[in-house]
Ligand binder design. Sequence first.
Ligand code: PHB
Length: 396
Amino acid sequence: MKKNRTARSRVPGALALWAAALALAAAAPARAEQPKLKVGLMLPYTGTYAALGNAITNGFKLAVAERGGRLGGREIEYFSVDDESDPAKATENASKLIKRDQVDVLVGTVHSGVALAMAKVARETNTLLIVANAGAGDLTGPLCAPNLFRTSFTNWQPGYAMGKVAAEQKKKTAVTFTWKYAAGEESVNGFKEAFEAGGGKVVKQLYVPFPQVEFQSYLTEIAALKPDLVYVFFAGGGAVKFVKDYAGAGLKASIPLYGAGFLTDGTLEAQGDAAQGVITTLHYADGLDNPKDKAFRAGYQNAYKAEADVYAMQGYDSAQLLAAGLDGVKGDTSKRAQLFAAMEKARIDSPRGPMTLSKAHNPVNDIYLRRVEGKQNKVIGIAAKALADPARGCKL
Ligand code: PHB
């Protein structure tokens, strides 16, 4: 009895030890937990592009949340900076994220001038950069690099597609108008390239400094020139103002307004009647008939109580592309070549429709022809099928 009691009294002690060991084993994962993956979001959260920066952020976070907060098995930790769409502050802002916060990947931005500076810092530090909007051709042209990817477009893509459409419509003359910086210039030049190759003539190219929105004198000039159409690049707050001013000046009925789709994406609520009938080209549209877009739109609406737009979609796809890369290396970002290879060959099931990347790491996708009807950019055709940017100057 005594022996038994002793044995019994020893058993609980041994059991407790055993249970504690088990609990410890359960708490520690089979493999050592990898550190969190630090994502640096460098985007505009103030100024004319603020809504665009917020939509990209929301889209990115939605795709991560759908994967349980992890990509490639690693928990995601965010660092963010408001770049104010100011190229003069861009190098310092990118350096802060890379050197101070030690981010593993940089995601941004909207403004081409800011993105060009980010790309230089990313190249110097060999940081993975995913461009979620800015369309500067150089990023996937002369500045293309193994560690630089884009999930959006080049400014040339929608511009070129629209020039082709306008020429096919037998329009003869056009005036272009935009902000004087890389994005605007490349967009209108893309339009001019295709429009003139198809027999049209750009009779005047008008520019206003970024981000000014005093359009009146330019509208007076357009009215006097009487072209068959006007092609513009404006986005965000500037796009809202331009579309209203164009209608307000009484030009809408006499000179059709065409633009890169940013003119009417994420802006229709604020533009109201002034936007009705505006024709644009973009790699996204409202009411696309694909299940991925339907799920994305519903998820976005549910999470943010807002309509998704092209920027939200690009943010979402930036996280999808990063996920494809990280899955390929099981979260091990030190396997650089494998990580980049997995991203290069990713076939993204995008809300826009299927998306692949060119050799220069720029999206190859259809460019939709859209017309504003009510609160929607309705698809009225495909302006260009699987359009790839020519990537002039890229040596990848
Ligand atoms: C750009 O600067 O490249 C840019 C900005 C806003 C857009 C599109 C392109 O909506």
